[in-house]
Design a protein around this ligand. Structure first.
Ligand code: GYE
Length: 354
């Protein structure tokens, strides 16, 4: 009996020692591709992620979402590559992921076109590709497994519908609007721009000028300053993200004009970042269409569904709201569906994660 207890005790000590050695092996190895759980080896799922860049607050939040979802503790090895807004860098990153034989390739394409060849290479290597945020325009849709992102046209439609209600309510006789576009050729730019063009045509708004602000504050400041010199009758600016709106507001003020209800120029924006919502609360921005950057959890769900053969939907839209700077919530109808447009409160701003 005593011998049995002794043998068990030695066994426990040995097992513990093996576990300690195993754990330190993982800590010592630079790139963690394996973890040890209860003395058993568990492989991490390797994900190669090519991010567009860091052009906006939205983009930074989107990167955070991916980084905090795909951690070693949660069973993943995330290889994060920043393409600095260059499609050629994204293509290089995808080729590197193929060579590294990652389990999944995830990327947010800077523009829609030009992906067929590299995605064919991924398909040949049998690596599933999950696309987030913007879309790819490829001839063969089997080149990617799934897409997760926003309905950018709907975001724009909602914003224009609220703008139309504002114009009617304030009895604004003439709408002279300029459009500071996002990165040309990106799905978010295409959808938001198309929604404005369609609304301008439908409601008889004068769309004076369109130019890309590349989704950045600095470029939007430059574009807005130039537009203000060319047109002295601008009363609306449709910016395709919050960072562009911040740049446009600075340019308008530097030109001696005012923004917001009661002022010279009304701002329409997208993303609804904390700073964007704060400025909507303070009526610098009239309408702010939310764009949801928290894609990580959805990508993880798609991976689970791919692994269990339960993926029943190739395209998935993330939920989002529209915010308004006026004191009352508003209902709008689009395509037979009713949407609530929320008035921004201090607590909405405080609760905003980024
Ligand atoms: O709105 C903007 C960004 O494609 C949804 O890209 C994305 C857009 C987002 O940099 O801030």
């Amino acid at each position: 009996m005593r011998r049995k207890i002794l043998t068990t005790a030695i066994g426990v000590v040995l097992a513990a020692a093996i576990l300690i050695v195993a754990v330190s092996m993982v800590e010592l190895s630079g790139k963690q591709t394996e973890i040890w759980k209860n003395g058993e080896k568990d492989s991490l799922t390797t994900i190669g992620f090519s991010q567009v860049g860091a052009e906006s607050d939205w983009r930074s939040a989107n990167s955070i979402s991916m980084k905090r979802t795909f951690t070693p503790e949660r069973g993943y090895d995330l290889i994060f590559e920043d393409a600095k807004q260059k499609q050629s860098d994204q293509i290089k990153a995808i080729r590197k992921f193929i060579q590294q034989e990652v389990d999944y390739i995830v990327f947010s394409p800077v523009v829609e076109s030009g992906w067929d060849t590299v995605l064919e290479e991924a398909k040949r290597a049998e690596i599933p590709v999950i696309i987030i945020d913007r879309k790819v325009a490829v001839k063969d849709s089997s080149l990617y497994a799934a897409w997760i992102g926003s309905n950018f046209y709907l975001e724009g439609q909602k914003a224009c519908k609220v703008m139309k209600a504002y114009v009617d309510e304030q009895q604004i006789p003439e709408v002279n609007i300029v459009n500071i576009q996002g990165t040309l050729g990106a799905t978010s730019q295409i959808g938001r721009t198309n929604a404005l063009e369609d609304a301008a045509q439908k409601y008889g708004w004068n769309l004076l000028e369109q130019e890309s602000g590349e989704y950045t504050e600095a470029k939007a400041y430059e574009v807005m300053s130039k537009m203000l010199l060319e047109h002295d009758d601008i009363n609306f600016v449709y910016c395709e993200n919050d960072n562009e709106a911040f740049g446009a507001i600075d340019a308008i003020r530097d030109a001696g004009k005012t923004v917001g209800p009661g002022g010279d120029i009304q701002i329409i924006s997208f993303d609804a970042t904390r700073e964007g919502l704060r400025r909507t609360l303070h009526r610098e921005i009239l309408i702010n269409g939310e764009c949801n950057p928290w894609h990580g959890e959805y990508v993880e769900k798609v991976i689970h569904m791919l692994e269990t053969n339960e993926l029943w939907q190739k395209e998935m839209y993330v939920p989002e709201e529209t915010f308004y700077s006026m004191p009352e919530d508003m209902q709008i109808m689009l395509g037979g569906k009713e949407y609530t447009v929320q008035t921004v409160t201090e607590s909405i701003v405080q609760k905003r994660e980024y």
